[in-house]
Structures are given as C-alpha cells and as structure tokens.
Ligand binder design. Sequence first.
Ligand code: PLP
Length: 392
Amino acid sequence: MKELASRIKKIKPSPTLAINAKAKAMRDKGLPVINLAGGEPDFDTPDHIKEGAIKALKEGFTKYTPSSGILELKEAICQKLYEENGLLYTPQEIIVTCGGKQALYNAFMALFEEGDEVIIPAPYWVSYPAMALLAGARPVIVKTEEAEGFKVKKEALQEVITERTKAIIINSPSNPSGTVYTEKDLWEIAELALQHDLWIISDEVYEHLIFDNLKHVSIASLSPEIKERTLVVNAVSKTYSMSGWRIGFAAGPKELISAMEIIQSQSTSNPTSFAQKGALEALRGSKDFIHHMREEFEKRRDHFYELITSIPQISCFKPQGAFYLFPNFGSYCEKPFKDDGELCLYLLEKALVATVPGSEFGTPGFLRLSFTVKTEELEEAAKRIRQALEGL
Ligand code: PLP
C-alpha cells in the first residue's frame, strides 16, 4: 500500500480533544473524574437561540446556503462589529464558517505557503502551529514570560521578524493564559506589522469573557491602515455557549475573504443552515445571558485562583479573561516528574483530575485548568490536586 501524505506526519490530533476523550472514558467506567481539560462553557445555549434554529428547521430551512453564509447573518455580524468593536465592514468583507476554527483554517490556507513564516506567541492555542504546518508554513514561536503577564514584547518580535515573515497571530483574551492586551500593547504590535508589511490574524473568540472591568479592544479598530491588514476572527461558540453549533465568522479585506470563501466552497460548502439561523438569533437577541455567564466565570476565577495559588510551590498569573487558569507547576515538573505531561497523567490517575500540559501550548512546566465546571467541583479538584502533590 502506498503511504499517506507526508503532511499528516507533521501534526498530531488536538491534545485537548484527546485528553477530554480519555477523561470521558474513565468516567464511563464509573471513576469520578473532574474534567478541567474542557474548552467550552458549561452553560446551556439560551432558549431563544435554540428556538430560532427550531423555527428554521420547521420552516424547511434545511438546504445548502450560500457558501460564505446567509446575508442576514452577515448583516447582523456587521452590526455587531460596528456596535461592539467600532469596526465598519460590509457583508462582502464577512465570511460565516463552521466555527472560529474553520475561519482560521481557511485563512491559513489562503495566506500561507511553503517558505512563509508565521509568528505565534506562546502560550498559544494548540491549533495555530498545526494549521501553519498544514499550510506548509513555518510556525515561529515567540516565548512570553509569566512575570510579564504572558504578553509578547515588541523587542522579542523584532528579533524573529525576517523577509519571510508573513503574519502574526494575536489572541486576546488568550487561551490558555487569560492575558488581555490593552490598546497600548496592541499599538506596539500594529506598528511592527505596518513597518514590516505583515498580516495580523486577531482571534477574538473570548472577547466577552473578560474580567476586572477590562475592555476588549480589537486591533483592527486602531486605524484604517491596520484594519486593511487584519483578519478579525470570532465565533458564537464561547460567547453564547454554542460550541457544538459550529458557527464562527471572520471579517477582513475583500480579497482575503473571497479567497477563504473559495476554500470553504471546495471543502465544507457552507455552515449548517439552521445553525446560522440560531446564530442570527444570538446576535440580534438579548445580551443578558452573556452578562450572567461572564459574572459567573469571574466569581469562579477568583475562587479557583485563591485555591490553586495556596498550594505550595505554585504560582499563577491571574487570568483577565477566558475561562482557564494557567498555573506554573515548574517545581513539580523537574522532580519527581520528568515533565508536565507526566504530571498531567499523574493527576489524572491519582487525583482523578483531568488537565492539559502546558507543553501542548508551547509552554512546558505549566498546566491548563478550565473553570468550566461548578464551584463545588473546582473546590474538590483543588483539594485533590493539593493532596496528590503533598509529600511528593
Ligand atoms: N480560538 C481559540 C483561542 C479557541 O480557544 C478556540 C476553541 O477552543 C477557537 C479559536 C475555535 O473556536 P470554535 O469552537 O468556534 O471553532
């Protein structure tokens, strides 16, 4: 039998999905595993959104739609971008996709090829380097420091920019660190992008999950010149707890959006028809749900942060957004464990707590703990982690 394409050897399955599957299998066997490896809110999708999709189904809205999404949803996205982000786009500059993930995938395929370099600050969301590799490009990882709130610095970027650098990925609020970039931080990056003629891919899927009265700023809103070279990626997945619906979107220059649409038309055709109608309800309807969910996540963050940082030898940057803690378990990863992967496995087997190793996000020595479970489970998880580490 002839071999599979070499492309597939460059990447591995999404580690977060793999750990989740393992935790679920242990649970199915009756083990009381607390799963802190998840990447989605534990809230139900609001009823009015479900009803929007049900109505669409009942009315027979069950056929192919235009590849880049239905016009009324694109219009609602334009409205959202204008009201919430101060960005003016026309529907021709919008694509609706099967989740934020497909928006990113389309963009990577449309923008990058062999020889291109893509700057990805670490810790990063697991799929950015994999997508760059699939596109044939080279992911250039730039490390950030816990003590600096995991923010990528201008100097560090300057050091890695070459003739081949094509783009930089920004993710604020960040998965996994919870870092939120201020307008000033974003200007530093934007100026470099202007100077070196770089694309900016701005992943804003956690924009509404932001704490301490901080404000989300889209880098595209800084100036028209920056908007011209930026692709804004977003989704209803996290904001409206609609991860399984698979609706995301991107806004950017027409040429890039059209290229992404070609890729989409030749791969998935269109995002699911009635899920688009649900997303339309989400964008047009009440925002009470978002406020309620955000408040709940902030309470959980405060409480879980206290519990985890009270465990000896653990430090943690206090996340400003998203729904993850990213504590430093470095001292446990040198001894007795070989690395964060071993520690993660130990915690799963000994404490029955599922986490994700920081190495998967390009930052060894850390673990990602999602606070997407109820407070009582967070308390129990912190207790079990503490006990499992005691006396090691
Ligand atoms: N970007 C980041 C930073 C994420 O964490 C995720 C999901 O975990 C996505 C994009 C993809 O979101 P979606 O579920 O809409 O594809």
